[in-house]
Design a protein around this ligand. Structure first.
Ligand code: CP
Ligand code: NVA
Length: 310
């Protein structure tokens, strides 16, 4: 059943291009207000948000909690040992209880079906703070960062180098709404989900391809993006993956092949010496901390739109 009071934010392409651009406009506007020191804007006054985490987090936890507080609301952190989603209590019962107390639920979970189930049973909007399948808030922050550094949301070439993971799935879903060239350069066997690639291509808006040649793929990129080779839940495969991902490190040589216009992006946390190098992380064209800051601004806007207060 649809939420009684607002809209879930589960996947980027659940929204139209116009809705996404409206959220990004709100993000820019509210960011400017907060940056100017204006603390009078309190659209979440009297509201509360429950945040469920079954995985670790720094950015997601702090940016949601702080952003919601700055805009007048109260957020509560429920860690892996608190409600023990799916272990102590059924997900559908958790959803139906939490929405009785809270105006919004944010969740970072393993199985994507679990967030879909939360959304199905919650009468308050559910916001996706990452699942094994996708990470839509991250990619909304990323495209906001692209706009700030490159000057536009569309007609950019984004080349992701590494594992075809949750980050890639959200880039693909963004590329189904905003026009861009998106390339995922990954080792054979680590491609993103085939149905997600096909759906993004079928949207007919962007040029989307999968490559196994990072040096060829990055040529002319506006953004070279990477992420860890072993995501949360895959850390026991880290050694095996390091072998399989040889040649896919984003290092100075690869950035040179991309060209002087290329910015470096990473959702963080970064493992220097593995998927990227210290030199690339610290280079002048690395925009990773602006990107991290924009998590808060993008999410403030996402939450305002989800709650119908934008
Ligand atoms: N990028 C990101 O989601 O960071 P955390 O895992 O620290 O939340
Ligand atoms: N792909 C990473 C992203 C972390 C923000 C993970 O899922 O662990």
């Amino acid at each position: 059943s649809p939420p009684a009071k607002g809209h879930h934010f589960l996947h980027i392409d659940d929204f139209s291009r116009e809705q996404l651009l409206a959220m990004l406009d709100t993000a820019i506007e509210v960011k400017a207000r907060l940056k100017s020191g204006d603390n009078s804007f309190k659209p979440f006054a009297g509201k509360s948000m429950a945040m469920i985490f079954t995985k670790p987090s720094m950015r997601t936890r702090v940016s949601f909690e702080t952003g919601f507080f700055k805009l007048g609301g109260h957020a509560l952190y429920l860690g892996p040992d608190d409600i023990q989603l799916g272990k102590r209590e059924l997900t559908k019962d958790i959803a139906r209880v939490l929405c009785r107390y809270n105006d919004m639920i944010m969740a970072r979970l393993f199985a994507h079906e679990d967030i879909l189930e939360l959304a199905q049973y919650s009468s308050s909007p559910v916001v996706n703070g990452l699942t094994d399948y996708n990470h839509p808030c991250q990619i909304m922050a990323d495209i906001l960062t692209v706009k700030e550094h490159i000057g536009r949301y569309e007609d950019v070439k984004v080349v992701y180098v590494g594992d075809g993971n949750n980050i890639v799935h959200s880039w693909l879903r963004l590329a189904a709404r905003l026009k861009m060239e998106f390339v995922c350069a990954c080792p054979k066997g680590f491609e993103p989900d085939q149905a997600t690639v096909a759906a993004a291509q079928a949207a007919g808006i962007s040029k989307i391809s999968i490559s196994h040649d990072p040096f060829e793929a990055v040529k002319g990129a506006d953004v070279v993006y990477t992420d860890v080779w072993a995501s949360m839940g895959q850390k026991d495969e880290a050694d095996y993956r390091r072998q399989r991902f040889k040649g896919f490190q984003v290092n100075e040589e690869l950035m040179r092949a991309a060209g002087p216009q290329a910015r470096f992006m990473h959702c963080l946390p970064a493992e220097r010496g593995i998927e990227c190098t210290e030199g690339v992380v610290e280079a002048a064209n690395s925009i990773i901390f602006d990107e991290a800051e924009n998590r808060m601004h993008a999410q403030n806007a996402i939450m305002m739109h989800a709650m119908g207060v934008a």
